[in-house]
Write a protein that binds this ligand. Structure first.
Ligand code: UGA
Length: 434
């Protein structure tokens, strides 16, 4: 089955590479020629474990190609996946101009029956909009189907999420396209992946409801963590015991500096806007956003208090800059907001991140030194702030750290260390909600 994936961002690249891995001929299209050239040389523009290997293997086998020629790719395909960006516009809504552009290109190159599928996270109703655009601009009369197949990939484990998903959601408007899409996901039948087949608007909403619910779990546990602090309770034990109730589940109950990245912040805000469009006030989602918005300020307060009441004149080590480990994504990263907050408060910062330093080094920021590793970052500091839980920070050499720091203080915003053990090791230790 010939497939065209439009947009070689995170979602498009993973989708294209994985469908090729399933044995389909896939053409990934992007209008950025330099990106396409790089991909044709086997260079992957994002940091995603395992992706380079899958891309190179399938490109070599001739199943995966990269091109800037959208008309040809559309004409050659039965299924066109739209995986272009849907950035947030100035009102918090998803900006659909790239989606519209692709829909128009499909209309102009519709030379046979095709299924046009949205993979990007798009507001409920976008499928209908795509149908209208294609009908209006169609150069030849051919039947087509519009479908929604939202992705639930996590950055850092996207290949695993694609190959072993909890579920696949197919929103379709007719049996023909449902059969085609089911067929595409046939390799997952072997692992008995549940496939939810529904209509287009329901599929679109499933994506927002899922992300908003996960964000709700995070903001919820963050508030409970805040409450644990004055009470002297331990949020980890609270979360663990809550999670043992199967109706609640143990995942996404880790407190920290708040959720970030390219999905949760944007999708929760877009969900509220979609609600507004239909006179439905999504109060819970609004509260989730509000709790998350004050998270960084609260973390900065925690750090200020830990270092003795003022950031002014302090030198702090900051470990981790990305919004979570195993990605180079800095979008809406709480760690970056903390970096800027520390600098604004008058501290000097010695920062280290395993992958993101080259991405920030050239940004104008006074008072920060980017370091080669954790130990260089800790050298001579008044305290160390752990902002992103990269695996390599879980096994630090504490004796070495203690010797090199001016003051043995750790503010662990991801709760990766055990407070009692850290105190035994001679550190002043502050976690979140413990
Ligand atoms: C998220 C969803 O998990 C995916 O299912 C979805 O497909 C994707 O958004 C998307 O819409 O494209 P992602 O943004 O890659 O994936 O990252 P997550 O692993 O979900 O983490 C999001 C944020 O929540 C991170 O900042 C993370 O540190 C934070 N988080 C997560 C917590 O603070 N506590 C938790 O318990 C879990």
């Amino acid at each position: 089955m010939n497939i065209c994936v439009v947009g070689t961002g995170y979602v498009g690249l993973v989708t294209g590479a994985c469908f090729a891995e399933f044995g389909n001929p896939v053409c990934c299209v992007d209008k950025d020629a330099s990106k396409v050239d790089a991909l044709n040389r086997g260079e992957i523009p994002i940091y995603e474990p395992g992706l380079e290997d899958v891309v190179q293997r399938n490109a070599k086998a001739g199943r995966l190609t990269f091109s800037t020629d959208l008309p040809t790719a559309i004409r050659d395909s039965l299924v066109v996946f739209i995986a272009v960006g849907t950035p947030q516009d100035e009102n918090g809504r998803a900006d659909l101009s790239f989606v519209r552009e692709v829909a128009k290109a499909v209309a102009e190159n519709l030379d046979s029956y095709k299924v046009v599928v949205t993979k990007s996270t798009v507001p409920a109703g976008t499928g209908k909009m795509i149908r209208e655009i294609i009908e209006e601009h169609q150069s030849e009369e051919h039947p087509f189907s519009v479908a929604s197949n939202p992705e639930f990939l996590r950055e850092g484990s996207a290949l695993e999420d694609f190959m072993r998903p909890n579920r696949v959601v197919l929103g379709t408007e007719d049996e023909a396209s449902a059969a085609i899409l089911r067929d595409l996901y046939r390799p997952l039948y072997l692992i008995e992946t549940p496939i939810v087949v529904t209509n287009v608007v329901t599929a679109e909403l499933i994506k927002y409801a899922s992300n908003a619910f996960l964000a709700t779990k995070i903001s919820f546990i963050n508030e409970i963590a805040d409450l644990c602090e004055p009470l002297g309770a331990d949020v980890h034990v609270v979360a663990r015991a809550m999670g043992l109730d199967r109706r609640i589940g143990p995942k996404f109950l880790h407190p920290g500096p708040g959720y970030g990245g390219s999905c949760f912040p944007k999708d929760t805000r877009a969900a509220v806007e979609i609600g507004k469009d239909h006179d439905i006030d999504l109060r819970i989602v609004r509260a989730v956003i509000e709790v998350n918005d004050v998270r960084v300020t609260r973390m900065l307060e925690k750090i200020r208090i830990a270092v003795g009441g003022t950031l002014e004149g302090k030198t702090l080590a900051l470990l981790g800059l990305t919004f979570k480990p195993n990605t180079d994504d800095l979008r809406e990263s709480p760690a970056m907001a903390i970096l800027d907050g520390l600098l604004a408060g008058g501290a000097r910062v010695q920062a280290y991140d395993p992958v993101a330093i080259p991405l920030v080094r050239d940004e104008a920021r006074d008072g920060v030194t980017y370091c080669a590793d954790e130990y260089e970052a800790a050298q001579g500091t008044d305290g160390l702030v752990l902002a992103t839980e990269w695996n390599q920070f879980r096994g630090l050499d504490f004796a070495r750290l203690k010797d090199s720091m001016s003051h043995p203080l750790i503010v662990d915003l991801r709760n990766i260390y055990e407070p009692s053990r850290m105190r035994e090791r001679g550190f002043d230790y502050t976690g979140v909600g413990r």
